[in-house]
Every structure is written in structure tokens, then in C-alpha cells.
Design a protein around this ligand. Sequence first.
Ligand SMILES: NC(=O)c1ccc[n+]([C@@H]2O[C@H](COP(=O)([O-])OP(=O)(O)OC[C@H]3O[C@@H](n4cnc5c(N)ncnc54)[C@H](OP(=O)(O)O)[C@@H]3O)[C@@H](O)[C@H]2O)c1
Length: 241
Amino acid sequence: MAGILVTGSSRGIGAAIREQLESRNVRVIGHGTIAHDEQTIGANLADPAAPALLWNEALDRAGGEIDVLVNNAGLFEASALDRSDIEWLDAWEDTLRINLSAAAQLSRFAVLHWLERGARAGFKGGRIVHIASRAGHRGDSPAHWHYAAAKGGMLAMHKTIARQYAAQGISSFAVTPGFTDTAMAGDYLASRGGPDLLADIPLGRVAEPEEIANIAVYCALDAPESMTGATIDANGASYVR
Ligand SMILES: NC(=O)c1ccc[n+]([C@@H]2O[C@H](COP(=O)([O-])OP(=O)(O)OC[C@H]3O[C@@H](n4cnc5c(N)ncnc54)[C@H](OP(=O)(O)O)[C@@H]3O)[C@@H](O)[C@H]2O)c1
């Protein structure tokens, strides 16, 4: 295994993914808005040029070959419907850029990298794991149109990649968590009234980041190739498809 790039590995779900991958002796190239430590590449995905810089630096650090991309970095920032037009549009553009466009740019670089490697002998395939969201299926709050749209777009992109590149040894998996116990969900639960939201989850609790990481690591390392195109829910049965 050459290397795995995990975006947004500085905390939350991404940090749990990184920890579980490293416990299996996988070389992880970490990422955050800034370089939190020597193993982490700093790249603010709000900048359209950042994904290319991140990909090239990650490739360098991995010795020229990346086997798995985990698109995990994400922003969940409320944007009230009644704010000014320009504020609402700015928030829309930021969330779509960070949560969807940056993931698309990185996915494109990964697919091109694997298509190029596939022309050589010994290529064992590449995988993308997208950390999407229940919101991509179910929609979200009035202040999160952008977040739900970005995650829905991510799911559509994931299906396209899975269907178009399976024959070239490229697999795509998506994970759709419901509320998960990180800073991201904490802010939301606080703003929307925690107990009411918990009542909407039959399991009676939010997910732990380690549970979501478990699924992501399974997709990255263990899932059979025939599972490509799958979307795995983890929401305590709060949205059953
Ligand atoms: N928590 C939930 O309830 C939940 C539910 C469904 C889906 N998800 C998805 O799961 C993923 C991880 O979420 P989380 O809960 O672990 O979130 P989190 O604790 O808020 O961590 C977000 C991660 O994304 C990075 N990030 C945010 N904005 C960035 C930017 N502009 N440029 C580069 N990196 C950026 C952060 O880097 P810094 O540390 O440098 O800021 C951090 O590593 C996200 O895609 C999220 O949408 C979460």
C-alpha cells in the first residue's frame, strides 16, 4: 500500500480515520486548513488552487503513488434565509466549494493518476471514500440548503465515478453519517435544541467518530471490489432508505 490521503484529518471523523488506518500500518498523508503537525499538509480548500497544491504535495510525500483518497474535509456553517442576498450567496459558494468542488478536483486528480498507473504493469487499483451525509438524501435545516446540496452532489459524483471507472480498477464508496459527536454536530445540536433532535434518532444517541471511521477504513482497505458504488448509512435509523 503506497499511501492514503485523508482530507480534514486534523480532528473529528478525519482524525479517527487517520488513527485507525495508522493502527493498520498504512501510510497516511494528513490534511487540515493549516499544517497542524509535520504529517499534515495545510491547504485551505476555500481556495480553488488549493486541491492541486494539496494533491501534488501528497503525491510527493507518498513517493509518487497514492492508492486511496478519503474526501472527508467539510464545513457545516449555518446561513439564515433572511440574510442579505450577497451574504447568502457567499455562504452558498463557500460551502459548495469546500464540500463539493474541492472533493471533485481531488477525485479528478486521483482518477487521472490511477488511469495513468493502470497503463503500467502491477497496478492494483485505486479507491475513493467520500464522507457525505444523511443530509444528501434527506435534506437539512432551513439554514443548511448549501450543505445538503453539496452532499447530494457528492453522492451523484460518487456514483458517476463508480460506474465509469470500475473496469479500470477504480472503486468509489460513500458513507452517509447522521449526527456524529464532533465539533460540527455539537454546534448544530446546541443551536437546534439537542433533546428534540435526539428524539428523532431511534438509537437514542448520535454516532461516535470511531464508528464512522470504522466504515471508512473498511471501504478504504477491506471492502470487496464488487461493492463499488455503494453508499453506507450510519444514522441510528433516523433515515432508513
Ligand atoms: N459531525 C457530523 O454530525 C457529520 C454528519 C454527517 C457528515 N459529516 C461529514 O463528515 C466530515 C467530517 O466532519 P467532522 O464532524 O469530523 O467535522 P469537524 O470536526 O468540524 O472537522 C472538519 C475537518 O475538515 C477540515 N476543514 C474544514 N474546512 C476546511 C477548509 N476550508 N479547508 C481545509 N480543511 C477544512 C477541518 O480542518 P481544520 O481542523 O484545519 O479546521 C477538519 O479537519 C465532513 O465532510 C462532514 O460534512 C459530519
